[in-house]
Design a protein around this ligand. Structure first.
Ligand SMILES: Nc1ncnc2c1ncn2[C@@H]1O[C@H](COP(=O)(O)OP(=O)(O)OP(=O)(O)O)[C@@H](O)[C@H]1O
Length: 425
């Protein structure tokens, strides 16, 4: 454990540790929890400075608090002072369908919340689901909005990749030709237009046409794509929380397409907003502020940025969000049970690592391979010392070049990821 005075000298008040910043901001702070001493007593508050963007990796074995910790970060974003909150938007990519519960207070843990002088509290949440899954939510009385991706957004090769089809196969060649021709003529076409173009293609044989038609009819049934989609600027607004529930999408590649599309769209809109801000600083009169800075949270991140191979979202997440995200003001929080299954760039580009209990040697070695020089202990030793209590985390912070063991604070809103116990049914 680093000497606390070292951190205090980084411009911090005497009652709290501030990670991820130089200690100059006293408002853009997220309360993470409390410093945990070796005798297990809790001490000073630990906060994260979100004045500037961050790339955060949350790891830990199953059931030790990853999604809970992500939710604490989200709650804190929503409780920032209004002048800061309105410049930030939170987007949660929900792979397990567990984040719709933000709107309900955490009555289940009211006792531990009161130990922290906190109370259960729900938050305004906009839940987006693929159009095809809307009905199942309505039946459960959960208010959702639908989200579809415009068909033109994918090029012919991406459609083939999503269908698991070689672009040089006869059906693949047909799909690429048809989609590219449609994209050249219009940026707005429907499944019917695609199916018509396939059946009218005279250069293909009947089997290829039937195969391509079947692929697109299946894609239609997913309820994910449509002629036009929702404008991302309506979803990502200042001070809002948007949960994009992709859990009902069974295919990994379709999920990746959706995440890649959202991430890419946000990136481009943020570049525009950044340029407009720059022009405003130069004295130009700009009326539209554009998209706020965005924090995107992704659970089960190894699905989207795996250690080997590409997905239809890995390029935008790694290159545009992780490597270049600071400049346009994009923060990415990725959580995984298996750091060894994540693309190595996630480990090396993250400026904050929040690590709950891990026991797999491969995963500990993956973190060890990026252990910074200022971290004196091996990851394995630090993790062992944390013990088996849930919600305890080792935090490695590249900005202050310090490491800490903390007890994360309990959630204010209902945790949708609780384990189902056999005696609680
Ligand atoms: N900071 C905390 N305070 C109190 N309880 C916590 C805390 N963190 C986690 N828990 C408890 O641990 C349980 C498991 O946490 P969580 O659902 O976040 O695990 P996980 O690591 O995301 O698991 P999985 O990989 O299965 O999704 C929670 O249901 C909650 O009861």
């Amino acid at each position: 454990m680093d000497d606390p005075s070292q951190i205090f000298s980084a411009g911090v008040s005497e009652k709290q540790y501030i990670l991820g910043g130089d200690g100059t901001s006293d408002k853009a702070l997220l309360h993470l929890g409390r410093y945990l001493a070796l005798d297990r007593s809790t001490g000073s508050d630990v906060r994260l400075d979100v004045q500037r963007p961050h790339a955060i990796l949350v790891s830990g074995k199953r059931g030790y608090g990853k999604s809970y910790t992500m939710a604490v970060l989200v709650e804190e974003m929503l409780m920032l002072p209004s002048e800061i909150k309105m410049n930030l938007a939170s987007v949660v990519i929900d792979t397990m369908g567990i984040f719709w519960t933000f709107a309900r207070g955490n009555e289940l843990q009211a006792g531990s919340l009161s130990d922290w002088e906190l109370e259960p509290k729900g938050f305004n949440t906009n839940i987006y689901v693929p159009a095809g899954s809307e009905e199942s939510y309505r039946k459960r009385n959960i208010r959702v909005r639908t989200l579809s991706m415009p068909l033109w957004q994918l090029d012919g090769y991406q459609w083939c990749e999503m269908f698991g089809l070689e672009a040089i196969s006869s059906a693949g060649v047909l799909i690429v030709r048809v989609i590219e021709a449609l994209r050249e003529t219009s940026l707005c076409f429907s499944f019917e237009d695609v199916l018509d173009a396939i059946t009218q293609d005279e250069r293909s044989d009947t089997i290829s046409r039937s195969a391509a038609e079947n692929y697109f009819r299946t894609a239609m049934s997913w309820g994910v794509f449509a002629e036009d989609g929702r404008d991302i600027c309506d979803i990502v607004t200042g001070g809002s929380l948007s949960v994009i529930d992709v859990s009902t999408i069974k295919s990994d590649s379709v999920r990746s397409v959706v995440v890649g599309f959202i991430a890419g769209d946000i990136y481009h809109k943020r570049l525009e907003a950044r340029r407009a801000h720059e022009r405003m600083l130069m004295g130009e009169k700009i009326t539209e502020k554009g998209m706020p800075m965005v924090w995107m949270f992704i659970d089960e991140a190894h699905q989207f940025v795996p250690v080997k191979g590409n997905t239809l979202s890995s390029d935008v997440l790694l290159n545009e969000w992780l490597r270049q995200g600071r400049q346009p003001g994009l923060s990415l929080v990725l959580a995984t049970q298996r750091p060894s299954s994540l693309h190595p760039d996630v480990l090396s580009q993250s400026d904050i690592v929040i690590c709950h209990r891990l026991t797999s040697q491969d995963d500990i070695l993956a973190l060890e391979s990026v252990r910074p020089t200022y971290m004196r202990e091996h990851f394995g030793d630090s993790i062992r010392k944390m013990g088996i209590e849930r919600g305890i985390a080792l935090i490695v912070d590249d900005t202050t070049e310090t490491t800490h063991v903390i007890r994360m604070r309990p959630r204010l809103s209902w945790h949708g990821g609780n384990e189902q116990l056999a005696d609680s049914l």
